[in-house]
Write a protein of this length. Structure first.
Length: 397
Protein backbone atom coordinates (compact mmCIF):
# COMPACT_ATOMS: atom_id res chain seq x y z
CA UNK A 1 0.00 0.00 0.00
CA UNK A 2 1.17 3.52 -0.70
CA UNK A 3 -0.30 6.54 1.07
CA UNK A 4 0.57 9.79 -0.66
CA UNK A 5 0.30 13.24 0.87
CA UNK A 6 0.71 16.54 -0.95
CA UNK A 7 0.33 20.03 0.48
CA UNK A 8 -1.75 22.03 -1.94
CA UNK A 9 -4.53 24.59 -2.25
CA UNK A 10 -5.32 23.51 -5.81
CA UNK A 11 -7.46 20.40 -5.34
CA UNK A 12 -10.76 20.55 -7.21
CA UNK A 13 -13.53 17.96 -7.31
CA UNK A 14 -14.69 17.75 -10.92
CA UNK A 15 -17.77 15.63 -10.34
CA UNK A 16 -19.30 12.63 -8.61
CA UNK A 17 -20.08 9.67 -10.82
CA UNK A 18 -21.97 6.51 -9.92
CA UNK A 19 -18.86 4.61 -8.78
CA UNK A 20 -16.87 7.37 -7.07
CA UNK A 21 -15.42 10.85 -7.53
CA UNK A 22 -12.97 12.54 -9.87
CA UNK A 23 -10.53 15.27 -8.77
CA UNK A 24 -7.82 17.40 -10.31
CA UNK A 25 -4.84 19.01 -8.67
CA UNK A 26 -1.97 21.08 -10.06
CA UNK A 27 1.44 20.79 -8.38
CA UNK A 28 5.03 21.81 -9.19
CA UNK A 29 6.84 18.98 -10.99
CA UNK A 30 9.56 18.86 -8.34
CA UNK A 31 6.86 17.86 -5.81
CA UNK A 32 5.64 14.95 -7.92
CA UNK A 33 5.47 11.69 -5.88
CA UNK A 34 7.22 8.51 -6.97
CA UNK A 35 4.90 6.19 -8.91
CA UNK A 36 7.55 3.77 -10.23
CA UNK A 37 5.90 0.81 -8.53
CA UNK A 38 2.44 1.83 -9.73
CA UNK A 39 2.81 1.66 -13.51
CA UNK A 40 1.34 -1.80 -14.10
CA UNK A 41 -2.05 -0.57 -15.32
CA UNK A 42 -0.43 1.67 -17.92
CA UNK A 43 -0.70 -0.24 -21.23
CA UNK A 44 2.52 1.09 -22.75
CA UNK A 45 6.14 1.00 -21.80
CA UNK A 46 7.84 4.39 -21.81
CA UNK A 47 10.43 5.17 -24.46
CA UNK A 48 12.02 8.59 -23.97
CA UNK A 49 13.48 8.49 -27.48
CA UNK A 50 10.09 8.91 -29.16
CA UNK A 51 9.08 12.24 -30.70
CA UNK A 52 6.32 12.61 -28.08
CA UNK A 53 8.72 12.16 -25.16
CA UNK A 54 11.25 14.56 -26.69
CA UNK A 55 8.55 17.20 -27.16
CA UNK A 56 7.53 16.83 -23.50
CA UNK A 57 11.12 17.27 -22.34
CA UNK A 58 11.60 20.28 -24.60
CA UNK A 59 8.53 22.03 -23.16
CA UNK A 60 9.67 21.35 -19.58
CA UNK A 61 12.98 23.05 -20.25
CA UNK A 62 12.16 25.71 -22.85
CA UNK A 63 8.65 26.75 -21.88
CA UNK A 64 8.09 25.79 -18.24
CA UNK A 65 5.38 28.35 -17.51
CA UNK A 66 3.15 26.89 -20.23
CA UNK A 67 3.88 23.22 -19.55
CA UNK A 68 0.65 22.76 -17.56
CA UNK A 69 -1.32 24.09 -20.55
CA UNK A 70 0.52 22.22 -23.28
CA UNK A 71 0.63 18.87 -21.49
CA UNK A 72 -2.49 16.94 -20.48
CA UNK A 73 -0.77 15.68 -17.33
CA UNK A 74 -1.16 12.44 -15.40
CA UNK A 75 -4.22 10.32 -14.68
CA UNK A 76 -4.24 8.03 -11.66
CA UNK A 77 -6.73 5.38 -10.60
CA UNK A 78 -6.76 5.44 -6.78
CA UNK A 79 -8.55 3.82 -3.89
CA UNK A 80 -9.87 7.02 -2.30
CA UNK A 81 -9.11 10.72 -1.99
CA UNK A 82 -9.17 12.82 1.20
CA UNK A 83 -8.48 16.50 1.77
CA UNK A 84 -7.93 18.35 5.05
CA UNK A 85 -9.02 21.95 4.57
CA UNK A 86 -7.26 23.10 7.73
CA UNK A 87 -3.83 21.62 6.98
CA UNK A 88 -4.33 21.82 3.19
CA UNK A 89 -3.07 18.24 2.88
CA UNK A 90 -4.29 16.08 0.02
CA UNK A 91 -4.13 12.34 0.70
CA UNK A 92 -4.82 9.48 -1.70
CA UNK A 93 -4.21 5.78 -1.40
CA UNK A 94 -2.92 3.03 -3.70
CA UNK A 95 -3.27 -0.52 -2.41
CA UNK A 96 -3.52 -2.91 -5.39
CA UNK A 97 -1.19 -2.50 -8.39
CA UNK A 98 -3.64 -4.46 -10.58
CA UNK A 99 -6.24 -1.66 -10.33
CA UNK A 100 -4.44 1.38 -8.90
CA UNK A 101 -1.73 3.53 -10.38
CA UNK A 102 -0.81 5.63 -13.41
CA UNK A 103 -3.24 4.73 -16.20
CA UNK A 104 -2.28 7.59 -18.55
CA UNK A 105 0.65 9.98 -18.82
CA UNK A 106 3.54 7.52 -18.53
CA UNK A 107 5.78 9.46 -20.92
CA UNK A 108 5.01 12.69 -19.05
CA UNK A 109 5.89 11.01 -15.74
CA UNK A 110 9.20 9.64 -16.99
CA UNK A 111 10.11 12.96 -18.64
CA UNK A 112 9.41 14.81 -15.39
CA UNK A 113 11.60 12.34 -13.50
CA UNK A 114 14.46 13.05 -15.92
CA UNK A 115 13.86 16.79 -15.53
CA UNK A 116 13.92 16.47 -11.73
CA UNK A 117 17.27 14.66 -11.96
CA UNK A 118 18.63 17.65 -13.83
CA UNK A 119 17.36 19.92 -11.05
CA UNK A 120 19.05 17.76 -8.40
CA UNK A 121 22.37 18.07 -10.22
CA UNK A 122 22.25 21.87 -10.20
CA UNK A 123 24.40 23.60 -7.61
CA UNK A 124 22.10 26.61 -7.29
CA UNK A 125 18.54 25.35 -7.39
CA UNK A 126 17.36 28.64 -5.94
CA UNK A 127 18.23 30.27 -9.26
CA UNK A 128 15.47 28.25 -10.93
CA UNK A 129 12.57 30.67 -10.60
CA UNK A 130 10.10 28.98 -12.92
CA UNK A 131 9.44 25.36 -11.96
CA UNK A 132 6.85 23.83 -14.32
CA UNK A 133 3.49 22.70 -12.95
CA UNK A 134 1.73 19.46 -13.89
CA UNK A 135 -1.95 18.58 -13.68
CA UNK A 136 -2.92 15.31 -11.98
CA UNK A 137 -6.36 13.77 -12.34
CA UNK A 138 -7.42 11.36 -9.59
CA UNK A 139 -10.16 8.81 -10.28
CA UNK A 140 -11.66 6.79 -7.47
CA UNK A 141 -12.13 3.52 -9.34
CA UNK A 142 -12.53 0.66 -6.88
CA UNK A 143 -16.16 0.07 -7.85
CA UNK A 144 -15.40 -0.24 -11.57
CA UNK A 145 -15.40 -3.71 -13.10
CA UNK A 146 -12.22 -5.03 -14.75
CA UNK A 147 -13.66 -4.43 -18.23
CA UNK A 148 -14.75 -0.91 -17.33
CA UNK A 149 -11.27 -0.18 -16.03
CA UNK A 150 -9.63 -1.49 -19.22
CA UNK A 151 -12.07 0.46 -21.38
CA UNK A 152 -11.20 3.61 -19.41
CA UNK A 153 -7.49 3.03 -20.03
CA UNK A 154 -8.15 2.43 -23.73
CA UNK A 155 -10.21 5.62 -24.05
CA UNK A 156 -7.67 7.75 -22.18
CA UNK A 157 -4.87 6.52 -24.45
CA UNK A 158 -6.82 6.92 -27.68
CA UNK A 159 -5.02 10.04 -28.94
CA UNK A 160 -2.02 7.81 -29.64
CA UNK A 161 -3.85 4.57 -30.19
CA UNK A 162 -3.05 1.77 -27.79
CA UNK A 163 -2.07 -1.33 -29.69
CA UNK A 164 -3.90 -4.64 -29.34
CA UNK A 165 -0.92 -6.30 -27.65
CA UNK A 166 -0.89 -3.61 -24.94
CA UNK A 167 -4.59 -4.04 -24.22
CA UNK A 168 -4.38 -7.84 -24.28
CA UNK A 169 -1.45 -7.64 -21.86
CA UNK A 170 -3.46 -5.32 -19.61
CA UNK A 171 -6.23 -7.93 -19.49
CA UNK A 172 -3.60 -10.65 -18.77
CA UNK A 173 -4.51 -12.62 -21.91
CA UNK A 174 -0.84 -13.50 -22.35
CA UNK A 175 -0.51 -14.89 -18.84
CA UNK A 176 -0.62 -18.57 -19.85
CA UNK A 177 1.95 -18.03 -22.59
CA UNK A 178 4.24 -16.22 -20.17
CA UNK A 179 3.84 -19.00 -17.60
CA UNK A 180 4.73 -21.71 -20.15
CA UNK A 181 8.04 -20.10 -21.14
CA UNK A 182 8.96 -18.34 -17.89
CA UNK A 183 12.03 -20.51 -17.30
CA UNK A 184 13.37 -20.16 -20.84
CA UNK A 185 16.29 -17.87 -21.51
CA UNK A 186 14.36 -16.04 -24.22
CA UNK A 187 11.36 -15.24 -21.97
CA UNK A 188 12.61 -11.70 -21.29
CA UNK A 189 13.08 -11.06 -25.02
CA UNK A 190 9.36 -11.12 -25.83
CA UNK A 191 7.47 -7.84 -26.01
CA UNK A 192 3.90 -8.00 -24.73
CA UNK A 193 3.06 -4.30 -25.03
CA UNK A 194 3.98 -1.17 -26.89
CA UNK A 195 7.43 0.21 -26.00
CA UNK A 196 8.23 -2.87 -23.90
CA UNK A 197 11.88 -2.33 -22.96
CA UNK A 198 14.63 -4.44 -21.43
CA UNK A 199 16.38 -3.48 -18.21
CA UNK A 200 19.06 -1.90 -20.44
CA UNK A 201 16.33 0.31 -21.99
CA UNK A 202 16.48 -1.50 -25.34
CA UNK A 203 13.43 -2.56 -27.29
CA UNK A 204 12.56 -6.23 -26.75
CA UNK A 205 13.31 -8.03 -30.02
CA UNK A 206 10.39 -10.50 -30.32
CA UNK A 207 6.86 -9.06 -30.55
CA UNK A 208 4.18 -11.32 -29.12
CA UNK A 209 2.35 -11.10 -32.47
CA UNK A 210 5.20 -13.19 -33.89
CA UNK A 211 4.71 -15.85 -31.21
CA UNK A 212 0.98 -15.98 -31.95
CA UNK A 213 1.66 -16.31 -35.68
CA UNK A 214 3.90 -19.34 -35.10
CA UNK A 215 1.15 -20.92 -33.01
CA UNK A 216 -1.41 -20.15 -35.71
CA UNK A 217 0.59 -22.36 -38.07
CA UNK A 218 -0.58 -25.27 -35.88
CA UNK A 219 -4.31 -24.47 -35.84
CA UNK A 220 -5.58 -27.92 -36.85
CA UNK A 221 -9.18 -26.97 -36.07
CA UNK A 222 -9.29 -24.47 -38.91
CA UNK A 223 -6.66 -25.71 -41.36
CA UNK A 224 -6.14 -29.08 -43.05
CA UNK A 225 -4.20 -30.25 -46.12
CA UNK A 226 -6.39 -28.12 -48.41
CA UNK A 227 -6.76 -25.02 -46.26
CA UNK A 228 -3.37 -23.63 -45.29
CA UNK A 229 -2.64 -21.05 -42.53
CA UNK A 230 -1.05 -18.55 -44.91
CA UNK A 231 -2.53 -15.80 -42.72
CA UNK A 232 0.08 -16.72 -40.10
CA UNK A 233 2.67 -15.30 -42.51
CA UNK A 234 0.69 -12.47 -44.08
CA UNK A 235 -1.59 -11.31 -41.25
CA UNK A 236 0.22 -11.15 -37.91
CA UNK A 237 -1.64 -7.98 -36.95
CA UNK A 238 -4.99 -9.58 -37.69
CA UNK A 239 -4.09 -12.65 -35.62
CA UNK A 240 -3.15 -10.42 -32.69
CA UNK A 241 -6.35 -8.40 -33.03
CA UNK A 242 -8.50 -11.54 -33.03
CA UNK A 243 -6.61 -12.90 -30.02
CA UNK A 244 -7.19 -9.65 -28.14
CA UNK A 245 -10.88 -9.41 -29.03
CA UNK A 246 -12.18 -12.98 -29.40
CA UNK A 247 -12.44 -15.48 -26.55
CA UNK A 248 -12.94 -18.25 -29.13
CA UNK A 249 -9.65 -17.38 -30.81
CA UNK A 250 -7.84 -17.27 -27.47
CA UNK A 251 -9.17 -20.71 -26.58
CA UNK A 252 -7.79 -22.11 -29.85
CA UNK A 253 -4.37 -20.64 -29.23
CA UNK A 254 -4.32 -21.70 -25.60
CA UNK A 255 -4.86 -25.35 -26.57
CA UNK A 256 -1.45 -25.17 -28.24
CA UNK A 257 0.40 -23.69 -25.27
CA UNK A 258 1.70 -27.10 -24.03
CA UNK A 259 3.41 -27.43 -27.44
CA UNK A 260 4.67 -23.83 -27.52
CA UNK A 261 8.30 -24.37 -26.50
CA UNK A 262 8.74 -27.12 -29.09
CA UNK A 263 7.03 -24.98 -31.77
CA UNK A 264 9.48 -22.14 -31.11
CA UNK A 265 12.40 -24.56 -31.11
CA UNK A 266 11.29 -26.02 -34.45
CA UNK A 267 11.03 -22.52 -35.92
CA UNK A 268 14.64 -21.74 -35.06
CA UNK A 269 15.86 -25.19 -36.12
CA UNK A 270 14.35 -24.56 -39.55
CA UNK A 271 16.10 -21.20 -39.76
CA UNK A 272 19.43 -22.55 -38.51
CA UNK A 273 19.49 -25.63 -40.76
CA UNK A 274 17.89 -24.28 -43.92
CA UNK A 275 21.29 -23.76 -45.58
CA UNK A 276 21.89 -27.55 -45.26
CA UNK A 277 18.42 -28.46 -46.53
CA UNK A 278 18.16 -25.92 -49.35
CA UNK A 279 18.70 -27.34 -52.83
CA UNK A 280 21.44 -24.99 -53.96
CA UNK A 281 23.41 -22.12 -52.43
CA UNK A 282 21.13 -20.47 -49.88
CA UNK A 283 23.19 -17.28 -49.99
CA UNK A 284 22.13 -16.80 -53.62
CA UNK A 285 18.42 -17.40 -52.94
CA UNK A 286 16.09 -14.43 -53.58
CA UNK A 287 16.04 -12.06 -50.63
CA UNK A 288 18.55 -14.01 -48.51
CA UNK A 289 21.49 -12.04 -47.13
CA UNK A 290 24.78 -13.41 -45.83
CA UNK A 291 26.45 -12.08 -42.69
CA UNK A 292 30.17 -11.24 -42.92
CA UNK A 293 30.29 -12.13 -46.61
CA UNK A 294 33.75 -12.13 -48.21
CA UNK A 295 32.33 -11.20 -51.59
CA UNK A 296 33.77 -8.02 -53.04
CA UNK A 297 31.64 -5.01 -52.21
CA UNK A 298 29.34 -7.03 -49.96
CA UNK A 299 27.83 -5.18 -47.05
CA UNK A 300 28.91 -6.49 -43.65
CA UNK A 301 25.89 -7.64 -41.65
CA UNK A 302 25.60 -9.06 -38.18
CA UNK A 303 24.57 -12.72 -37.80
CA UNK A 304 20.91 -13.33 -37.06
CA UNK A 305 20.20 -14.10 -33.42
CA UNK A 306 18.02 -17.19 -32.96
CA UNK A 307 16.67 -16.66 -29.46
CA UNK A 308 14.72 -19.93 -29.16
CA UNK A 309 17.86 -22.00 -29.80
CA UNK A 310 20.32 -19.52 -28.32
CA UNK A 311 22.37 -19.69 -31.52
CA UNK A 312 23.25 -17.44 -34.43
CA UNK A 313 22.75 -17.90 -38.16
CA UNK A 314 25.09 -16.55 -40.80
CA UNK A 315 22.06 -15.87 -42.96
CA UNK A 316 19.25 -13.34 -42.86
CA UNK A 317 16.35 -15.30 -44.28
CA UNK A 318 12.97 -13.76 -45.24
CA UNK A 319 10.13 -15.31 -43.27
CA UNK A 320 8.48 -16.42 -46.52
CA UNK A 321 10.99 -19.30 -46.53
CA UNK A 322 10.28 -20.27 -42.92
CA UNK A 323 6.48 -20.26 -42.48
CA UNK A 324 5.50 -22.94 -45.05
CA UNK A 325 8.13 -25.22 -43.52
CA UNK A 326 6.99 -24.55 -39.95
CA UNK A 327 3.29 -24.94 -40.77
CA UNK A 328 3.94 -28.35 -42.32
CA UNK A 329 4.56 -29.70 -38.79
CA UNK A 330 0.86 -29.12 -38.15
CA UNK A 331 0.34 -32.50 -39.81
CA UNK A 332 2.14 -34.05 -36.84
CA UNK A 333 -0.54 -33.00 -34.31
CA UNK A 334 -3.48 -35.24 -33.43
CA UNK A 335 -6.89 -34.04 -32.26
CA UNK A 336 -5.64 -33.98 -28.65
CA UNK A 337 -2.80 -31.63 -29.64
CA UNK A 338 -0.25 -34.37 -29.04
CA UNK A 339 2.62 -35.16 -31.42
CA UNK A 340 1.98 -38.20 -33.59
CA UNK A 341 5.72 -38.92 -33.81
CA UNK A 342 8.73 -37.37 -32.12
CA UNK A 343 9.09 -33.95 -33.84
CA UNK A 344 12.91 -34.09 -33.65
CA UNK A 345 12.99 -37.42 -35.46
CA UNK A 346 10.49 -36.06 -37.99
CA UNK A 347 12.63 -32.96 -38.50
CA UNK A 348 15.64 -35.08 -39.45
CA UNK A 349 13.61 -36.93 -42.09
CA UNK A 350 11.74 -34.09 -43.79
CA UNK A 351 14.39 -31.35 -43.91
CA UNK A 352 15.90 -32.25 -47.30
CA UNK A 353 12.67 -32.88 -49.25
CA UNK A 354 10.99 -29.75 -47.91
CA UNK A 355 14.16 -27.74 -48.54
CA UNK A 356 14.03 -28.93 -52.16
CA UNK A 357 10.38 -27.87 -52.47
CA UNK A 358 11.17 -24.42 -51.10
CA UNK A 359 14.19 -24.00 -53.37
CA UNK A 360 12.22 -24.97 -56.47
CA UNK A 361 9.46 -22.45 -55.75
CA UNK A 362 11.91 -19.72 -54.68
CA UNK A 363 13.82 -19.99 -57.94
CA UNK A 364 10.58 -19.89 -59.91
CA UNK A 365 8.91 -16.98 -58.10
CA UNK A 366 12.07 -14.93 -57.38
CA UNK A 367 10.14 -13.08 -54.65
CA UNK A 368 10.22 -14.07 -50.94
CA UNK A 369 6.87 -12.41 -50.23
CA UNK A 370 5.14 -14.33 -53.02
CA UNK A 371 6.88 -17.46 -51.75
CA UNK A 372 5.34 -16.98 -48.31
CA UNK A 373 1.87 -16.67 -49.86
CA UNK A 374 2.16 -19.52 -52.36
CA UNK A 375 -0.55 -22.01 -51.42
CA UNK A 376 0.91 -24.81 -53.55
CA UNK A 377 4.19 -24.62 -51.63
CA UNK A 378 2.37 -24.80 -48.27
CA UNK A 379 0.45 -27.85 -49.48
CA UNK A 380 3.57 -29.57 -50.81
CA UNK A 381 5.36 -29.11 -47.48
CA UNK A 382 2.31 -30.31 -45.51
CA UNK A 383 1.90 -33.42 -47.67
CA UNK A 384 5.59 -34.22 -47.33
CA UNK A 385 5.16 -34.37 -43.56
CA UNK A 386 2.02 -36.52 -43.85
CA UNK A 387 3.81 -39.06 -46.04
CA UNK A 388 6.87 -39.09 -43.79
CA UNK A 389 4.77 -39.68 -40.67
CA UNK A 390 3.14 -42.69 -42.35
CA UNK A 391 6.57 -44.07 -43.28
CA UNK A 392 7.91 -43.58 -39.74
CA UNK A 393 4.89 -45.31 -38.23
CA UNK A 394 5.36 -48.27 -40.56
CA UNK A 395 9.00 -48.52 -39.54
CA UNK A 396 8.00 -48.66 -35.88
CA UNK A 397 5.57 -51.56 -36.35
Amino acid sequence: MKNIQIKTKNLRKIFDYQRGRVYTVVIPVDKLPDFDDWMKINPRGQNLNTSIAKAISKTLIDDPSLFVLKNRGLTLMVENVEYNNKSEILSFHLSDDEIHGLLDGGHTYKSIKEYNKLLEDLDNKENISDIPDVKIELIEGDLLSDDERVDTVKARNFSTQVKDDSLANLKDYFGKIQKEIENEKYAECISYKENDLTEENNKKPIPVSEILSYMKCFDIEKFDRQEQPIEAYSGKGTILKRFANSSEEREKIEKLIPRLRKILEIRDKIYYNLHDFYDGHLGRAPGVMVANSNAEGARKRKPTKLYFLDKESDYRIPSGYIYPFLASFRANLDEKMEWKVDPDILFDHIGKPIGANIAKEAKKLKNPNQLGKDKSLWQLCYQEVLFTIDDLKKLNH
